[in-house]
Design a protein around this ligand. Sequence first.
Ligand code: URA
Length: 250
Amino acid sequence: MKQIKSNSSQDYVRINKFIASNTKLSRRKVDEYILQGRVTINNITISDTGFKINPERDKIRVDGELIKQSKKKVYILLNKPQKTISSVSDDKGRVTVVDLIKIKEKIFPVGRLDYDTSGALILTNDGEFANKIMHPSFKIPKTYELKLSKPLEEKHKDYLTRGILLEGKKTAPSKIEFLSKDDKRKIRITIIEGRNRQVKKMFEKFGYKIYRLHRSKIGTISLGNLNSGEWRYLTTQEVSKIESLVSTKK
Ligand code: URA
């Protein structure tokens, strides 16, 4: 394997940052790829994860595929309808969340909501941002509203609030509120983790089924008056706020 040495010009960007910002790979993953000899600069394999490159001039490839610099970073909030897939494509031909947003940038969802779950979903073309906010250590609160198959008992509310054992691991404390005085099936829950089907599994553990699951908020970002299937760009303030939430929790 041919290798070249790092330079250190201030004007250049680190190769791991460049690749992570322009793909779905996290910086840690990029570092692994570099150490595995899967990354080239101008057809020369590098082994230095801190190598600096000139994005205007250098040709960066991962597994032979040229990494193009995204011109513009976009951050979108979608009110995901039910019966849509949280991915870029679907081998069964079902409608994906990306199909609903007709823009030229290649975006992807940050995390996922189940096929039958609706609500707030962020999409972006900024891999670094996505990996930052999805990382389990960053504990961004997510709020869901749901309807249960039967009224929630106080003792179960208490257990779920304090944390329960789910697949061998205790859930972090959550916040649970009743949405209506008269109907204890209607619940709002805020959790800081994002395990697979977590909300459903938490209630299923005590014999409740969820009839309707809707995410109303991610961090400080609310759906507001976005109707199902509608989307909007996040404001610069919203993006920086969510990034600052992440960096202060490190
Ligand atoms: N928890 C679930 O069970 N499903 C979702 O889609 C999101 C959170």
